[in-house]
Ligand binder design. Structure first.
Ligand code: SAM
Length: 252
């Protein structure tokens, strides 16, 4: 998977993603990260890329032309353009669809994604109309720029790129899978601050452990994110836990 990020702050994106699992994935070639500095495409002798908004009002707006040229520098070499298609270009914006796990899996099917990060008041609408294919928000709040949002998306999408997670990491059940939150985790020591690890986890009985985890997942989702259970109408049909976890959840 090739990620391109059009931004005024490329260092922020590179430094943010060059560590841990995503850093390893870049090093091992499972994903590529190409940051493009929009300022390099400035049409102003002082290298400015922003200007005052028409109609007045606070804040500055990023101009259309530098953004278009930055996009073009990537798009002209994209596989999509070679196939006569528009490359998938995501504008990070609080006005977009809110990012969620289904979108992660859908974007992960692409070979290449372009992320466009706004700053200040945003970007001239006319270039957005020309290059953007998807408007995505990472939540109902306003950030100072799209960089963190692009990093959130790249991190989440990369987890679905083959080879990025090693066997141990990818075999896990994770929160959001099937609209459930994950069960709680414990590691050594068995006793900490007079709190004991749940006995069932020490039995070595995999069926019992699986059933307990399943039940904890349901209880936790019910407590913390009941909206997810609402979405999962098929839960009662789709799952059957050996100790009756499903029955209990249905009663909750
Ligand atoms: N004036 C814009 C509005 O009200 O919709 C907000 C601009 S915001 C201060 C600057 C940039 O941060 C945006 O262009 C966008 O790229 C990014 N941004 C802010 N909040 C975001 C969010 N929730 N999700 C994704 N990107 C966001």
């Amino acid at each position: 998977m090739d990620f391109h990020v059009l931004t005024l702050f490329p260092d922020m994106v590179r430094q943010g993603l060059n560590t841990s699992i995503i850093g390893r994935a870049i090093k091992d070639g499972h994903i590529t990260l190409n940051t493009v500095n929009i300022r390099d495409f400035s049409i102003n002798k002082h290298n400015r890329v922003d200007d005052y908004p028409y109609g007045g009002g606070a804040g500055m707006v990023i101009q259309a032309e530098p953004v278009y040229r930055a996009w073009e520098s990537v798009a002209k070499n994209s596989k999509a353009i070679k196939q006569g298609k528009k490359p998938r270009c995501i504008y990070l914006t609080p006005q977009g669809k809110v990012f969620h796990q289904t979108m992660v899996e859908e974007f992960a099917q692409e070979e290449e994604l372009i992320f466009l990060c706004g700053h200040y008041e945003g970007i001239d609408e006319r270039v957005l109309e020309e290059v953007v294919t998807d408007y995505v928000s990472i939540g109902d709040y306003v950030l100072t720029g799209g960089e963190l949002a692009s990093m959130v998306m790249i991190d989440a999408i990369s987890r679905f790129v083959p080879g990025v997670l090693n066997n141990e990491e990818s075999a896990q059940f994770e929160s959001m899978q099937d609209n459930l939150l994950e069960y709680p985790h414990y590691t050594r020591p068995e006793s900490w601050h007079e709190k004991e690890v749940p006995k069932v986890l020490l039995t070595g009985d995999h069926n019992k452990i699986e059933a307990w985890r399943w039940e904890q997942s349901l209880i936790r989702t019910k407590e913390r994110r009941p909206d997810l259970l609402e979405k999962n109408k098929s839960l009662k049909v789709a799952y059957f836990s050996p100790t009756g976890g499903t029955k209990k959840a249905a009663e909750m």
